[in-house]
Ligand binder design. Sequence first.
Ligand SMILES: [Zn+2]
Ligand SMILES: [Zn+2]
Length: 123
Amino acid sequence: MFLFFDVSQYRKQLEYNQTITCNHCGHFGRYEIYIIGNRFRLFFIPIFIFGKKYMVRMTCCDTCYLLDNKKGKAIEKREPVRIEEDDLELYHSGRPATGICPHCKRPYVSGSNFCPQCGKPLH
Ligand SMILES: [Zn+2]
Ligand SMILES: [Zn+2]
């Protein structure tokens, strides 16, 4: 008899809703929370997950952050928590801001003629 096991990527989206103004691209976006990790399977039956991390993805520009573990666990248990900037550690940057609004001096991503922050024309 032989043991058949493999390790695969695990990813699961958690239910969470918080809209914020993204400080990466300046757009209005939403946090999407994922659990990522490695799944150890024995005969294709998931046994356990190791290296579990909580990941936050911005819907506006695909910027990803690692989320503080305590907050991640709380969200997994569906406790009401608010994610603050201090809980996030940049993992990878999405589309970068392409300019600074001349009126409010906040970053924006091109594609609009008006600033997403203050609504004033950009040109
Ligand atoms: Zn963004
Ligand atoms: Zn502006």
